[in-house]
Design a protein around this ligand. Structure first.
Ligand code: UDP
Length: 245
């Protein structure tokens, strides 16, 4: 089930259902491409049809962040749960450790992917890490070879948006991988380079506020949230509350 926001499809399913769907696709040899949809990307994609096209190439758009949840509520939509990119990545690792599927971490500064993998393995001891690669290797053929040689089933790409989505779209058919997820700064979180907001902040949907306190330079990016909600309200008024398009 999907809900369309400014021309981009976002899943209305819970994280549990989404994980179930991804793993049944994996078992049927169907490739999945997961993209995190947040207000910043939605605002950009309103002005940028190319970006909208990229986001819509995903098999599953997950509601990343409280802004998407509020937007859905404002129009009486069905998104009940926020699924951040970091949470999705962790759920995929957790499920992988049960299913015997292996993961590959590609992206971020040298050393970060490996440290993130080590920490994930400490949490999920039976997790199979097929390999890691930093995001500053330039030779794409070499990158593809390394990932394919690793035999990974799931690939996390942390190159920032939309570089990571473009990498996935360009190479999905060339890689013998089943699940692809663009994960932005998630390796920095798992490696411990960036603290995640304390649970209390996350439960209240205030992770953005915590990140603003820790990285004040993000304020410009975060201005997109109120702008986004205003745009949602405006659309709602214009369409009588029925649609975002
Ligand atoms: N990055 C990379 N290669 C590059 C540019 C960026 O691996 O050529 C990494 C960077 O080190 C960081 C991540 O991509 O770990 C970008 O994270 P950010 O939080 O900016 O992601 P976004 O919010 O754009 O999804």
């Amino acid at each position: 089930m999907y809900e369309r926001m400014f021309g981009v499809d976002v899943t209305t399913e819970s994280s549990e259902k989404t994980i179930g769907r991804i793993f049944s696709r994996l078992q049927n040899d169907e490739k999945s491409f997961i993209v995190a949809i947040n207000p910043e990307k939605l605002m950009k994609s309103r002005r940028d049809p190319e970006l909208r096209g990229i986001l819509n190439k995903a098999t599953i758009g997950i509601p990343d962040g409280v802004g998407v949840l509020i937007a859905s509520k404002l129009k009486g939509g069905k998104i009940k749960e926020r699924i951040t990119g970091v949470d999705m990545m962790e759920l995929l690792c957790k499920e992988s450790s049960n299913y015997n599927t292996s993961v590959f971490l590609y992206g971020a500064k040298p050393g970060v992917a490996q440290k993130a993998a080590d920490n994930l393995q400490a949490t999920y001891p039976s997790l199979k890490v097929a390999g890691t690669l930093d995001g500053y290797v330039k030779d794409e053929a070499e990158i593809l070879q390394t990932i394919n040689d690793s035999g990974a089933d799931i690939l996390f790409v942390a190159l920032g948006s939309p570089t990571q989505e473009n990498f996935i779209i360009r190479n999905m058919d060339k890689l013998n991988v089943s699940v692809f997820q663009g994960v932005g700064g998630s390796f920095d979180v798992f490696s411990g380079n960036i603290d995640r907001a304390p649970l209390a902040f996350r439960k209240l949907g205030l992770e953005w506020f915590y990140r603003l306190l820790k990285e004040p330079s993000r304020w410009r990016r975060q201005l997109e949230l109120p702008k986004f909600l205003l745009a949602v309200l405006k659309e709602r008024k214009n369409t009588g509350g029925s649609s975002y398009e």
